[in-house]
Design a binder for this molecule. Structure first.
Ligand code: ZN
Length: 181
């Protein structure tokens, strides 16, 4: 029984055509570029230069993926692509209307956890396409993409280990930004 709400990451579709995979990958990678840029900005506002720089780097890495995918799309002369609407799961969970709406108090640990969750989800997405497809070309590309996301999972995982869990009262702010001093 389904209640209609996206309780878990949507199952990847069965794709037997590399053009379709490219369209999906483009949506996924563009989303990652944008979310990492948001996270970088957020960490900058926390004066956390290290984690901000990591997210800027991740955004650049994902931008390279976008460029690579766009190049393949161009090479194949694909005119119109049906693309999915791929969105990151937010810090508040998959039910949140706007996943880009980051809590301004997200700690580095929570920001990294969010990134890890979405990297893992991207990796699973490509892996399930790889497993389900009957097309060799699609399988090869999905495997490549899954492998790259796996590297991101382990990179973010390493950083997460450096930033321990915050205290329970992480969202208590004794100096909210909209209070006039
Ligand atoms: Zn990634």
């Amino acid at each position: 029984m389904t209640s209609g709400g996206p309780k878990s990451a949507k199952a990847a579709p069965v794709i037997n055509n590399i053009d379709e995979l490219l369209a999906h990958a483009l949506a996924l990678e563009i989303e990652a570029v944008e979310r990492y840029a948001d996270l970088a900005e957020l960490m900058e506002s926390h004066n956390n230069r290290d984690v901000s720089e990591l997210f800027i780097k991740m955004s650049e890495i994902e931008q390279l993926h976008v460029a690579g995918i766009q190049k393949q799309i161009k090479t194949r002369n694909l005119k119109r692509l049906e693309s999915i609407n791929y969105q990151w799961i937010s810090a508040e969970g998959p039910e949140t209307a706007d996943p880009a709406d980051l809590h301004y108090l997200l700690t580095p640990h929570q920001a990294l956890s969010l990134a890890l969750l979405n990297e893992q989800r991207a990796c699973d997405f490509y892996k399930s396409i790889k497993t389900a497809t009957s097309d060799n070309e699609t399988r090869t590309l999905a495997a490549e993409l899954a492998e790259e996301e796996e590297e991101h999972v382990s990179l973010i995982g390493d950083w997460l280990a450096k930033y321990p869990e915050p205290d329970d009262d992480w969202d208590y702010d004794d100096d909210p930004p909209n209070v006039v001093d």
